[in-house]
Design a protein around this ligand. Structure first.
Ligand code: T1G
Length: 691
């Protein structure tokens, strides 16, 4: 089919973009739109032009895959210029989503009519970019600079009703979209005049704008795209359209070349590549309809909500009526909070709660297509449960364990049917966090794996397939950081500079503040079970300082507050431990703190690839970004390594290994081999699934 089709209805030309799956405006689509505009120009019997897309997508914007190639004409900007010169109305008829350059094209039209379910966003900042074809200039002129700034910096979608209130669209079609757009075209015989002058603001409005800009810059500190978005929208307030458009183009060109946007575009595609079985895989399974969850704690409830949200039936099983009742109340409470926030309706809550049942007998797993175990992290407890699941679950049902550290093969063996067993390591809070490590055991069958991945996708989560090893991918990598943090404290650093270095790098929280939040006793139990000694952490725990819950850990906390306050007692304690260990404390630069906390984590990523525990560098990037707050603007640990250069990385590590005598800094074989050969780790082909 041609990318843009033309049809005349009642003297109105209707141009329809057909470029599955998302109507990205690639060269063919742009050319098709140009042709339609020319046809419209040349035929004076036509009274209006309607531009429309598919039912799901008006357009998802510029074709991101074209960004790495030289731009081919016609540009979206030139199409908008042509529209602006039309003396008869051009109308955007929007069904589904209008995103990025797609929305900008619609903003360039004279009028916009949407369906009730249409949605609007400028998500470019999520790709480290800014809207580049007038979005930063036309949206503020249409809906006001404060609302525009919020929309542009968040990239969030605006639903039709709100878009109408804001003035982003002119009409929501009451009946069918195209007839409504055609009627609008016929009734608008004059072309609405354009607001090209600077936006006039009262002193109060200007102050509100400045405040919002300052808030966003603070919140997204270090993100070049947000800086650029703010600058560009400010230009709409301060100057005429032409000047703003020129600045927007200039800022876009810089961002597009920059490391942050390259990294964020990498993440966009990596997120879509992971968790897919190779096309050649013959996996046979029926999509699950009913899932049983064993364990109604925080994790079980979060998983239940994700499944209910995805339309599945859920049976929550806990030890007694009281526990099961509490779990249901917990779920209902979360939904109520969503209603209060306006993100869920009363009817949606009712429908979801109706699909939730509880049981106290594990035999209730019998009808389930998938069983997810979400109990306390203890091998004995999990083995006992899997033994029972092996007996009670129906033949062919998938048995998933939400273990975060244990040997899945041992759990699987206990079930007596290891081909049906898979790991699904959710992250807390499970109804919000998108990452699931899907763990393939030695005997996990392909159809079991495929069912787990399908379920993950249906929950709108990102599944990453990993092999069985201690800590799987994420915990194993981040565990390397914990070791180094203790050593940094011993060598001369204090909690605050370590946390500050990592938050400046882009983590939402520093590792010590995170530890205080999670509870220091939890990590201590794990260390003890592994025979590991962390002198500083152990000394802090010995004082009964377990973090926020005891109002004291690496920091001190005022009653009822979660804000970490520096504590001189901790400084003294750390200094004492250094002395006891015979370590001469010294000043550590931020660069050294970053190198020592990040490089061993990255190195472990190479080891995981080498061992076949992860299938591809993309999987590692996505895991650390979605599960551990690794900053998206660096592309994830492996992409960050590539941007640094694998040779440079190796050299830095060898230097640290020599200085510190710590094997964690000895480059992994794979890293060294790629560095020596000048090869890229992302260019390695996706390995077979780990087993
Ligand atoms: N360009 C190219 N491919 C795209 C694409 C795009 N804009 N959007 C999606 N795809 C591919 C995607 O890789 C996947 O491919 C398939 O479409 C389905 O996507 C000038 C600078 C649209 C909400 O940022 O947010 O306009 O994996 O699996 O869950 O100012 O994709 O099948 O091979 O994600 O239904 C601005 C990005 C661009 C939108 C659909 N636009 N896309 O979600 O399916 S910059 C965006 C999305 C711009 C102007 C500028 C989502 C989606 P494959 P999917 P989905």
């Amino acid at each position: 089919m041609t990318t843009v089709t033309q049809q005349t209805i009642d003297r109105v030309l209707v141009a329809t973009i057909n470029h599955a799956p998302v109507n990205a405006l690639n060269q063919a689509a742009r050319q098709g739109l140009k042709d339609a505009l020319e046809a419209f120009e040349n035929d004076r019997s036509l009274v209006a032009l309607v531009v429309t897309g598919s039912e799901r997508f008006f357009s998802a914007g510029a074709d991101i895959t074209e960004f790495t190639r030289p731009a081919q004409p016609p540009s979206i900007a030139s199409l908008i210029e042509t529209i602006e010169q039309c003396d008869r109305p051009v109308i955007a008829a929007i069904s589904g989503r209008a995103l990025g350059g797609g929305l900008e094209l619609a903003l360039g039209c004279h009028l916009r009519v949407g369906t009730a379910s249409s949605r609007y966003a400028l998500p470019e900042s999520k790709l480290g970019l800014l809207p580049a074809v007038g979005g930063t200039q036309r949206l503020p002129r249409l809906i006001g600079p404060v609302e525009a700034l919020k929309a542009i910096c968040s990239g969030e979608e605006i639903p039709a009703k709100r878009a109408l209130e804001l003035g982003l669209i002119d009409q929501i079609a009451q009946g069918e979209l195209i007839p409504a757009a055609v009627a609008l075209g016929k009734s608008s015989q004059t072309v609405p005049s354009r607001a090209n002058a600077p936006i006039t603001l009262s002193a109060q409005e200007r102050e509100a704008f400045d405040q919002e800009a300052a808030r966003l810059l603070k919140r997204h500190r270090g993100q070049e795209a947000i800086d650029a978005c703010v600058q560009a929208v400010r230009a709409a307030v301060d100057g005429p359209l032409e000047v703003g458009l020129a600045l927007e183009r200039e800022l876009f060109a810089k961002l597009q070349e920059g490391a942050q946007s390259q990294a964020m575009r990498h993440v966009f595609f990596a997120e879509r590549r992971v968790g897919k079985l190779p096309a050649s895989t013959q996996a046979d399974f029926e999509p699950a309809a009913t899932v049983a969850i064993v364990g109604g704690g925080m994790m079980g409830r979060g998983i239940a909500m994700s499944l209910l949200d995805a339309g599945l039936n859920v049976t929550l099983i806990d030890v007694d009526e009281t526990a099961a009742g509490k779990a249901v109340q917990g779920v209902a409470g979360q939904y109520q909070r969503a209603i209060d926030k306006g993100t869920l309706t009363e009817e949606e809550k009712t429908a979801r709660m109706q699909r939730l049942t509880t049981a106290v007998d594990i035999a209730a797993v019998a009808p389930a297509d998938v069983v997810i175990e979400a109990v306390f992290e203890s091998m004995a407890v999990k083995k006992d449960i899997f033994q029972q699941l092996g007996r009670h679950a129906r033949p062919g049902a998938v048995l998933a364990s939400n273990t975060s550290t244990l040997d899945l093969n041992e759990i699987a063996a206990a079930s007596g049917r290891p081909a049906d067993v898979v790991g699904m390591h959710f992250f807390s809070p499970a109804h919000i966090m998108r990452l699931v490590e899907v763990i393939r055991g030695e005997k996990t069958s392909l159809s079991t794996l495929a069912q787990a991945l399908d379920l993950t996708r249906r929950m709108k989560k990102i599944g990453v397939v990993v092999g069985v090893c201690d800590g799987f991918v994420g915990n194993r990598m981040i565990g390397k950081r914990s070791q180094q943090v203790d050593r940094l404290l011993l060598d001369g650093a204090l909690p605050r500079p370590i946390d500050d270095a990592l938050t400046r790098f882009g983590f939402p929280m520093g590792p010590l503040a995170v530890n205080d939040m999670a509870g220091l006793d939890v990590a201590q139990n794990v260390r003890q079970s592994r025979g590991q000694v962390f002198p500083v952490a152990d000394a802090i725990c010995a004082l009964g300082r377990y973090g926020q819950k005891t109002q004291a850990g690496y920091y001190r906390y005022e009653p009822g507050s979660r804000k970490p306050v520096d504590d001189p007692e901790i400084t003294a304690l750390i200094e004492k431990v250094s002395e006891q260990q015979g370590v001469q404390r010294r000043e550590l630069s931020e660069e050294e703190i970053l190198d020592r906390t990040l490089l061993p984590v990255i190195n472990e990523g190479f080891r995981l690839l080498e061992e076949g525990m992860a299938c591809h560098a993309d999987d590692i990037d996505v895991t650390l970004i979605h599960g551990y707050g690794w900053p998206r603007s660096t592309g994830g640990p492996m992409f960050y390594a590539e941007q640094m250069g694998l040779k440079t990385l190796c050299a830095k590590m060898e230097k640290l290994a020599a200085e510190l005598g710590d094997p964690a800094f000895e480059p992994a074989h794979l890293l060294r081999a790629l560095a020596d050969e000048g090869l890229s780790v992302h260019a390695l082909s996706r390995r077979d699934l780990p087993a």
